[in-house]
Design a protein around this ligand. Structure first.
Ligand SMILES: [Zn+2]
Length: 560
C-alpha cells in the first residue's frame, strides 16, 4: 500500500517537472549554455555527416571483428579522421594480448543432391578453412537422448555433420521494428533502484555449475563424438529466420567439466586447440535437409571455407583523441562506443552506429569552435564482443581496476562492483563517461546507473530535447556495454536509453546488421544529444557527482 501511494506521488512529480527546465538556469540551479546547444542542434540537422561516417565504418571497413585487418583499418580511418577534424593526440592505443585475428577470404556452399540449390550460410567466426572443397553426404545426428547417439559411432570421420535439431519456425505477427511506447518509458522512469528487484540486464540466474538438461547432454555428447572421430565440417542453424541469421564464434572442442574458466581456450587464443570448420545454415534450408534425411533421402553438399588467421600481432587497438579543454583542461569528459563487430553483416547497429554518433559528436563540437572547459576525449573500443575487453583494458591502464577476491570464479571480474578497488590518480580527473551501444534507435533518455544525484542534472540537460523524444530518466542499470568498465571503478559512466528499432529481432549479431538497417534521423538525433551531453559535462562548474561505491554488488551482464 505504501509503495503504491509513493508510486503515484512520484508519477505526479515526474509529470509536473517534465518540460519546465527550458532556460539558462533550471530550478535545480543547473546552468546550461543554451546557445551552444542550439548551435549543435542546428549544425547536425543542417549538415550532418553521421551517415557518411557510418558508411565508411560499415560498407568500406566492415565487418570489424576484433583482431581482423578490417578492424585495424577502421581504427586507423577513425584516428585519421579525428586528426583531420582538428582532434589532438589522435592515436591507437594497444591493449592485450587479445590473440589471433581472423578473416574470411572465400566461401562457397551448395546442396548438390538430390537437387542443387545454393545454401544461405556463413562460416562462424574463427572457423578454420576446410581442406579445399569438401563434398559429401550430410549426416544428421538424430537423437533425443545421449544413448541414441551411439548409432552414429564410427560413422563421423571426415563427415559433414548437422549438429542442431530441427527447429520450428513461426510467423512474425509482431512488427520487427518498434519504438519505446509512452507506457514503457513511464515504467522505466518509475523503476525501483538497482538492487530492489529492478535493473535491466542486472544478471541472470543459473550459469556454469548447473545440472545440464537432456538437450544439453545430447549437445555435449555430439561435440565429443565429432571431435573424437574427426568430422570434416559441422553445420548448425543459428537463431533467426526469413533471411536473418545470427552468427557468432565457433564452438570450441569440449573440455572436462571441471576445467577452470581461465584454462579454457577461446577461439582467438594463439594456442587454441584444433577446431573443426563450422558453418551456420539458414533455418529453412537446414530444416529442409533434416526433413529429407528423415525420409531416407541422401542429401549431398559442397562446402569450401577459405579463412585466414592473423598471428603476427596479438595486440588490439582502441582509438583515442581529444579536444583540449581551457581552464579545466586537466579534467576529462569521455564519450565512447565499441568499434568492433561480429562478422556476418557489417556491424552497422552493433556498433558502427554508436561509433559514428561519437565521431559525429566529436566533429560537431570541434567544427563549431565550441570551447569546452574540460578536455573531451573520445574512446572507440575493440574486443567488446569478447567481454568489454578493450574498454576494460583502457580503464585498468588509466583509471584503476577491481581485483577479484581470491577464490572467486575466474573471468568477468571487473564488469561489476565486486572486488577490491585499486584506483589510479587519473581516475578522479574524469567528470563522466557517455556510451552508445544499443543499436540505431534514437535516444529516449538515460540510465542513471544507480546514481540518483545526477538525476536533476540530466533532467536539465534533456529538457531542450523533449520535442525530440528524449526525456526519460531511469535509475535502473543497463548492462553489456562499455560504460560498465568505467562504472566499475567509480567513474560516472552512462549508457543512453535508445529505441529498440530492429535490434533484437533482426540486427544484433546477425547477417542483417548492415547499413540499410540504420535510421538516419535517429542517428542525427543521437549525435546532437551526445554532443550536448558531453559539452555540458565539459563546461559545468563541478564534475558529475559520483555514487557511493558498492563493494558487494552482483552487477554483471552479457555483451551487447
Ligand atoms: Zn554486440
Amino acid at each position: 500500500m505504501i509503495r503504491r501511494s509513493l508510486f503515484v506521488l512520484f508519477m505526479i512529480c515526474a509529470l509536473t517537472f517534465t518540460g519546465l527546465h527550458v532556460g539558462a538556469q533550471s530550478p535545480a540551479g543547473e546552468k546550461i549554455d543554451l546557445e551552444a546547444i542550439k548551435k549543435i542542434r542546428e549544425a547536425e540537422m543542417a549538415n550532418s555527416q553521421v551517415m557518411d561516417i557510418l558508411s565508411m565504418l560499415t560498407d568500406v571497413h566492415g565487418p570489424r571483428l576484433t583482431g581482423s585487418p578490417n578492424a585495424k583499418a577502421a581504427a586507423n580511418w577513425a584516428k585519421d579522421k579525428l586528426a583531420e577534424w582538428g582532434g589532438q593526440n589522435s592515436h591507437l592505443e594497444a591493449w592485450g594480448p587479445f590473440g589471433r585475428g581472423w578473416a574470411l577470404q572465400k566461401f562457397e556452399a551448395s546442396a548438390t543432391e538430390p537437387q542443387a540449390f545454393p545454401l544461405i550460410a556463413y562460416p562462424k567466426a574463427w572457423s578454420p578453412s576446410t581442406n579445399g572443397m569438401v563434398t559429401g553426404e550430410v549426416i544428421y545426428l538424430d537423437a533425443a537422448t545421449p544413448e541414441e547417439l551411439d548409432k552414429y559411432k564410427g560413422k563421423l570421420k571426415g563427415a559433414i555433420v548437422m549438429m542442431s535439431p530441427l527447429r520450428e519456425v513461426n510467423a512474425h505477427f509482431k512488427a520487427e521494428g518498434t519504438r519505446a511506447t509512452d507506457e514503457e518509458l513511464l515504467a522505466m522512469s518509475n523503476a525501483e533502484p538497482p538492487g530492489a528487484g529492478g535493473g535491466r540486464g542486472g544478471g541472470r540466474p543459473g550459469g556454469p555449475g548447473g545440472t545440464p538438461n537432456a538437450a544439453q547432454l545430447v549437445a555435449q555428447k555430439k561435440q565429443q563424438m565429432v571431435y573424437d572421430e574427426g568430422a570434416a565440417v559441422l553445420l548448425d542453424a543459428g537463431r533467426g529466420d526469413g533471411g536473418t541469421m545470427f552468427v557468432q564464434s565457433v564452438t570450441m572442442p569440449p573440455v572436462p567439466q571441471d576445467t577452470p574458466r581461465e584454462q579454457r581456450k577461446s577461439a582467438q587464443s594463439m594456442d587454441a586447440p584444433k577446431i573443426i570448420p563450422q558453418i551456420t545454415v539458414s533455418i529453412e534450408q537446414y530444416n529442409r535437409m533434416v526433413r529429407m534425411i528423415k525420409k531416407g533421402v541422401h542429401v549431398q553438399v559442397e562446402l569450401n571455407i577459405v579463412a585466414r588467421y592473423f598471428t603476427d600481432d596479438p595486440m588490439s587497438y582502441n582509438v583515442i583523441a581529444e579536444i583540449p579543454g581551457t581552464d579545466l583542461k586537466d579534467e576529462v569528459v569521455m564519450l565512447g562506443a565499441h568499434l568492433d563487430s561480429w562478422h556476418s553483416g557489417t556491424g552497422a547497429t552493433d556498433n558502427a552506429a554508436g561509433s559514428a554518433v561519437c565521431l559525429e559528436a566529436f566533429r560537431l563540437i570541434q567544427s563549431l569552435g565550441l570551447k569546452p572547459r574540460r578536455t573531451i576525449r573520445i574512446g572507440l573500443w575493440t574486443g567488446e564482443e569478447q567481454g568489454l575487453l578493450g574498454s576494460r583494458a583502457y580503464v585498468t591502464q588509466h583509471f584503476g581496476e577491481r581485483v577479484a577476491p581470491a577464490g572467486a570464479a575466474g573471468g568477468g571480474g571487473g564488469f561489476g562492483q565486486q572486488g577490491e578497488l585499486k584506483i589510479k590518480p587519473e581516475n578522479e580527473k574524469v567528470a563522466g563517461y557517455f556510451n552508445l551501444d544499443n543499436g540505431t534507435g534514437k535516444i529516449r533518455g538515460i540510465y542513471l546507473q544507480g546514481n540518483e544525484a545526477v538525476r536533476p542534472i540530466f533532467r536539465a540537460w534533456l529538457a531542450p530535447f523533449k520535442d525530440l523524444g528524449a526525456s526519460t530518466i531511469t535509475v535502473s542499470n543497463t548492462g553489456g556495454t562499455d560504460h560498465q568498465s568505467f562504472d566499475a571503478v567509480g567513474i560516472p559512466g552512462f549508457q543512453f536509453i535508445q529505441d529498440e528499432i530492429e535490434y533484437s529481432s533482426r540486427t544484433h549479431h546477425s547477417n542483417q546488421d548492415v547499413y540499410e538497417r540504420i535510421q538516419a534521423d535517429d542517428m542525427k538525433q543521437a549525435s546532437l544529444i551526445m554532443a550536448s551531453f558531453v559539452f555540458n559535462a565539459a563546461t559545468r562548474d563541478q564534475k558529475l557527482p559520483r555514487k557511493p561505491m558498492v563493494t558487494g554488488g552482483q552487477q554483471r551482464a552479457g555483451q551487447q
